[in-house]
Write a protein of this length. Structure first.
Ligand SMILES: [Zn+2]
Ligand SMILES: [Zn+2]
Length: 455
């Protein structure tokens, strides 16, 4: 078992249900060795290994591994799934169970990377009991019917799904299924998934038939909702792309009982300019680059006039979007001009608009209003320009503070304070401040490269 820089299991953790659990690192490792060894022997002779989730539960159920706040043994079978999945994430984080690196591609630039996501988990909020963030710790709404793309259920067409809570024991038929095997959707699996209703249909056998025949988009949406219901939003690893700096959020732990549909890499099967002669696939399809550029230029002309600015270069960038300090791909950015250098070359200020971020936002949000967003982005960058001319940019300060606050919520306040004390502030604020001029320089540099390239 690979154990790079072994980290101990935290001795005491807060779980999403509000329960506090104690963990024994020594007992967990001893029992894990026995469980993993026995599995290796058994799997060598068998066809399909049981799922990683059931394996982890087996380890948590080992003698003295898991206890309640007062030290009494705690049976993992009785835990609600979100609690159990946090404990599983900690097993992988601490290397008690192995996690092979997953293969991913950057959501922004498409560059491939490999990482074992659980090693990047921020565990501070669990150990420090800071599970009160309105967004990251919001419980799933089990009372609601959640909208999904249409699927046929019996003779009806339904567009919603309702889940109920499940304990580990109730979910066991699903947790035991091998992670890489084909899933057979049976009534008992439907019960284990906790799908209480599809539309108005509540009979497990009818739901099982419907799920087995569900179109890909409906199944993918149901699986996404399942993950939302069972895995707290904090069970995420943030990986920053080495190439473009984008933030990629990865599921923790990597092994989950229901596999999400593979995400398409950016640009897959899409031509930036649209295939010649092709017709838009649907009404309101995203504009091709030429049409987009025309709309941006028309908007800029109007907004520059309204705000009384001139001579700001406008560049529509169809390449990999730059990211903000938090790793979010930008819709637009502003780079101040520079005075003449040794060669007498001065650069005018520039507003850059990132075509691919607009396209991605529109794809992910059907309500995304392209023209309104173009207007807002240009107006926003003009504000940066005016602040820059005035000598200070409070908008920029505000954006940086917001990114730091977001980071703090994820890392946890107590953990951030510990890191600051240890001088690890670099990861929080220092890094951010130190890197932001680089992307401005890069942006200006590639603008020149583009222009030099004959555009
Ligand atoms: Zn990237
Ligand atoms: Zn801004």
């Amino acid at each position: 078992m690979p154990r790079s820089a072994q980290r101990p299991l935290p001795a005491r953790v807060h779980l999403p249900s509000g329960r506090v659990a104690r963990l024994s690192d020594a007992a967990a490792r001893a029992h894990a060795a026995a469980v993993l060894g026995a599995r290796a022997d058994r799997d060598a002779g068998e066809r399909a290994p049981i799922g990683a989730c059931a394996r982890d539960v087996q380890i948590l159920a080992g003698p003295s591994v898991l206890a309640d706040a007062r030290g009494a043994p705690l049976d993992p079978l009785g835990l609600p799934l979100p609690d159990a999945h946090v404990l599983r994430a900690l097993l992988a984080f601490a290397g008690v169970v192995p996690e092979e690196p997953g293969a991913y591609s950057c959501e922004n630039c498409g560059a491939p990377f490999e990482v074992a996501p659980s090693s990047l988990l921020e565990i501070g909020p669990f150990t420090d009991g800071e599970l009160d963030d309105p967004e990251l710790d919001r419980p799933f709404d089990f009372g609601a019917s959640h909208p999904v793309p249409a699927l046929r259920v019996g003779r009806a067409l339904c567009r919603s799904v309702r889940f109920v809570e499940r304990t580990v024991e109730e979910a066991m038929p699903l947790l035991r299924a091998p992670c890489d095997g084909a899933l057979r959707v049976t009534p008992s699996l439907v019960a284990a998934m906790g799908v209480a209703a599809l539309g108005r249909e509540r009979r497990a056998s009818v739901i099982a038939d419907a799920l087995a025949r569900a179109p890909d988009d409906a199944w993918a949406a149901i699986v996404d909702l399942y993950h939302e219901a069972r895995y707290p939003a904090r069970l995420v690893a943030v990986h920053r792309c080495a190439g473009c700096g984008a933030r990629n959020d990865l599921d923790v732990p990597l092994a989950r009982e229901l596999e999400r549909a593979p995400l398409r890499a950016p640009g897959d099967g899409e031509d930036d300019r649209g295939a010649p002669g092709s017709t838009p696939r649907r009404a309101g399809a995203f504009p091709d680059l030429d049409a987009f550029e025309a709309r941006v230029r028309a908007a800029a002309e109007r907004i520059y006039a309204a705000r009384g600015v001139r001579n700001i270069d406008l560049f529509i960038d169809a390449g990999v979007p730059a990211c903000d300090d938090g790793g979010e791909p930008l819709l637009g950015c502003y780079a101040p001009g520079t005075p003449a250098d040794d060669l007498g070359i001065a650069r005018p200020p520039e507003i850059r608009i990132f075509y691919r971020t607009f396209r991605l936002e529109a794809r992910e949000d059907p309500g995304f209003d392209v023209d309104a967003e173009i207007d807002e982005t240009i107006d926003h960058e003009v504000t940066h320009h005016l602040h820059h001319l005035a000598g200070s940019d409070p908008l920029d300060d505000e954006e940086r503070e917001q990114i730091e606050r977001e980071q703090l919520r994820r890392v946890g306040h107590a953990e951030a304070a510990r890191r600051a004390r240890r001088g690890a502030l670099a990861e929080l604020g220092g890094f951010v401040r130190a890197t932001w001029p680089i992307w401005v320089i890069t942006a200006v540099g590639s603008a020149l490269a583009w222009c030099a390239g004959g555009r």
